[in-house]
Structure formats: structure tokens, C-alpha cells
Design a protein around this ligand. Structure first.
Ligand code: LRH
Ligand code: MN
Ligand code: MN
Length: 388
């Protein structure tokens, strides 16, 4: 049996990047509820992300979405983040909120619109130079709603060309990360619907092009941990967008809908070397907090990842391998489940305290008065939100 003390040192290097858009107001197509204390500027979103890091020690980087987080001076934003104890992380491009992109961006049949989408990515790369970001993450809303509407093959070819033009502008230290999603906003076909398509494209680009696995972007019942193993084996798992879902791309708190799935995913990450300190697999959250408070929502999320990582590290891999090789199905399954059912919360609390962090970051945040303070301070003015 592996003990918590044995695995604790491996928790030290864990870092989970948080998305700037998690702090803005978001909702469904039916209603966006405003949350008191919501940031009014990109600077305030960074301050909220910094609060998550202060209470957990787990979230040293904030991902930005362009143009949602466009500012005049990214150097100044970088300094602002640094003063608050965090760094600016992944730059996410956005070609899904402009009328020109109604029929696609990087895949568009019209050269002018395709070039506009490429230029947007080149602008993102310029920003990366100023923010010191390593990763450019690309998710495309491109697709079609009706059979016959679009030339599926032609779009793949244009996509390959567009990606190559973008990739050519990256330095060797920078990475292009392509994110897939099986449907939505397009309902018939999507141009990057699955890991196979994403893998094919990034393989054609080169070593520093990888795939992002967003846990909410698969058909129900998909074995996501199998995809993790495949991408790790190919050396192409670049990052995770963690969240959880009951039905579609729900973007709920990671580990909320299916904690066991999160455990299985993290087990395969560890098994495949994706959790090693030298691994370049980036752990990120991609969530929206529609009805709950946003800062504690993010604190809950990073803690869920930490807790499930600890449980996955507890799997006695030597004993598991022995049982697997002996064809002892029930013992193998039991070893796996023993780790999943282990309550690591008391050990984690003590471990956090030993490192000068609050034993219970959720309670510590509640008691800190931070929420009341931002709710009082941030009145009036336009509150930024998902898509603002
Ligand atoms: C698309 C997605 C992608 C976007 C984010 C806002 O559903 O997961 O990562 O950048 O949502
Ligand atoms: Mn995502
Ligand atoms: Mn999504």
C-alpha cells in the first residue's frame, strides 16, 4: 500500500493554470446572472486569479483570451501580474465572435476572411512575446450545420495551410496547441471534432505543436483516459482544459460531475509520464461559474484536481502490474479502487499547513473577508464577462 507521506513530495510541483474568463460573468443562452464583485477590467481578473493562488499555492498562472483580454500595454499587465505573485500563461485565440467568421475562420473559403483569422493568430503571437507566454491555444468554432453546406475536404486543406502559416511564426520555445471539440456551435460537422483530427494536424506541423484535451469536448461515454494514453504515447498531449459535464460542454467545476472519471484520467496522465516535473503537459481549467461565486469556485476546482492527483498517485503501481500480469482481474481492480476511495483530505490539510498554506482554503477564503471587500469595491462600471 502506498502511503500519503510517500507521494506528498510529488504534489509540490503541481501547477494548474486558471482561465481569466472564469472570473467574468457567464451564463447560458437563456440568462447571464451578474455576480457581485465581478471584475471590471482585465487587471481585476488577474487579481482574482492571484487570490486563488494565494489561498491554494496551486495556480501560479492565468490564461488569457484575446480579444476578451486585450489591453494597450501587455508589458504593464505582465508587471501587474508579477506584483500580485502570478504569471500570464497561455494565450487563447478567438475567431468565434466576429460576423466575418459566420462560415468559419482558418477554414473559410474566402481568402480575405481566412487571412483575417491568420492575422488574428499572428497578433496573439506578438502578445505572447510581451506576456512571456509559451503556448498559443487554438480552438475553432468552424463547421457547418447542414449536409452539403460546406466542402468538408476543402476546409481541411485550408485549415492545414492556415495552421502552417501560424506555426511558422512561433519560436522553437513556443508551442501551438490545437483543441478539438465534437460539436457546438456547429451541429452537423465540425472541422476539428476529435483527437485524431487534431493529432493529424499537429503532427504535420512539427515538434512544438500539440493537442489540447478539454474534458468536456467528447461524446457521452467516450473513454477519455484512453485518449490521454494515446496522446501521451505519441508525445502530443500538450495541455488539458479541465472541467466537468453532465450532458454537453457544461463547463462545470472539475471533478463535480464525475470524480471517478477525473481519477481515471489523472491515473493515465501519471502512468504515461505526463505528470513528471519535466513533462510539458499543462494543466489548465476551462470553466464558467454561472450560479456560484467565482473565486471560491476556482479554489474548489484546483483543490479537486490536487485531491484527485493525490489519490491517483496512491495507486500501488507495482502491485497493480503484478496483478495485471497474473491475470488477477479482481485484485487489479481492487488496487485501483482502493486508491480512488482513499480520503486524502485530512493528510492534504496537514500537508498544506506544513507549507504555510491554509489547511482548508475554502474556509480560509470565506473567513478572509476578501469576497465582501471586492463586492463593496467593485460596484458600478461595466462588469466584464465571458465574451465581453
Ligand atoms: C470551446 C472552449 C475553448 C474556448 C473556451 C472559451 O468550447 O472550450 O477552449 O477557448 O471554450
Ligand atoms: Mn476549452
Ligand atoms: Mn469548451
Amino acid at each position: 500500500m502506498t502511503t500519503f507521506a510517500e507521494i506528498a513530495p510529488q504534489l509540490e510541483h503541481q501547477a494548474i493554470e486558471v482561465p481569466s474568463w472564469a472570473y467574468g460573468n457567464s451564463g447560458t443562452r437563456f440568462k447571464v446572472f451578474g455576480t457581485p464583485g465581478t471584475p471590471r477590467s482585465v487587471e481585476e481578473k488577474i487579481a482574482d486569479a492571484a487570490a486563488v493562488h494565494r489561498f491554494t499555492g496551486l495556480a501560479p498562472r492565468v490564461a488569457l483570451h484575446i480579444p476578451w483580454d486585450l489591453v494597450d500595454d501587455f508589458g504593464a499587465l505582465r508587471s501587474h501580474a508579477g506584483e500580485l505573485g502570478v504569471e500570464l500563461g497561455t494565450i487563447n485565440s478567438n475567431t468565434f465572435q466576429d460576423d466575418d467568421y459566420k462560415f468559419g475562420g482558418l477554414t473559410h473559403h474566402d481568402r480575405r476572411i481566412r487571412q483575417k483569422a491568420i492575422d488574428h493568430h499572428l497578433q496573439c503571437i506578438e502578445i505572447m512575446g510581451q506576456t512571456g507566454s509559451r503556448d498559443l491555444k487554438i480552438w475553432l468554432a468552424d463547421g457547418s450545420n447542414y449536409p452539403g453546406q460546406a466542402d468538408i475536404l476543402g476546409r481541411q486543406e485550408r485549415l492545414a495551410d492556415s495552421l502552417a502559416a501560424i506555426h511558422a511564426q512561433l519560436s522553437d520555445e513556443q508551442r501551438l496547441i490545437l483543441e478539438y471539440k465534437f460539436f457546438e456551435p456547429a451541429f452537423y460537422h465540425t472541422d476539428v471534432p476529435d483527437w485524431g483530427t487534431a493529432l493529424t494536424h499537429v503532427q504535420a506541423l512539427g515538434e512544438n505543436a500539440k493537442v489540447c484535451l478539454d474534458t468536456g469536448h467528447h461524446a457521452p461515454g467516450t473513454n477519455i483516459e484512453f485518449i490521454v494514453a494515446q496522446l501521451l504515447r505519441a508525445g502530443k498531449l500538450g495541455s488539458f482544459d479541465f472541467n466537468s459535464r453532465f450532458y454537453a460542454d457544461d463547463d462545470l467545476i472539475v471533478g463535480a460531475a464525475d470524480p471517478f472519471q477525473l481519477f481515471r484520467i489523472l491515473f493515465e496522465v501519471i502512468r504515461g509520464g505526463g505528470y513528471a516535473p519535466e513533462s510539458e503537459v499543462a494543466f489548465m481549467l476551462d470553466q464558467c461559474h454561472n450560479v456560484e461565486k467565482k473565486i471560491p469556485g476556482q479554489i474548489r476546482s484546483v483543490l479537486n484536481v490536487q485531491e484527485m492527483t493525490a489519490r491517483a498517485l496512491l495507486v500501488d503501481r507495482a502491485a497493480l502490474a503484478e496483478a495485471q500480469e497474473a491475470g488477477d482481474v479482481l485484485t487489479a481492480h481492487e488496487i485501483f479502487m482502493d486508491a480512488f476511495y482513499t480520503d486524502v483530505r485530512p493528510d492534504l490539510a496537514a500537508w498544506r499547513e506544513s507549507r504555510g498554506l491554509p489547511a482548508d482554503p475554502m474556509r480560509a477564503y470565506e473567513a478572509s473577508g476578501h469576497q465582501e471587500q471586492i463586492e463593496a469595491e467593485r460596484v458600478g462600471g461595466a462588469q466584464v464577462g465571458w465574451g465581453a
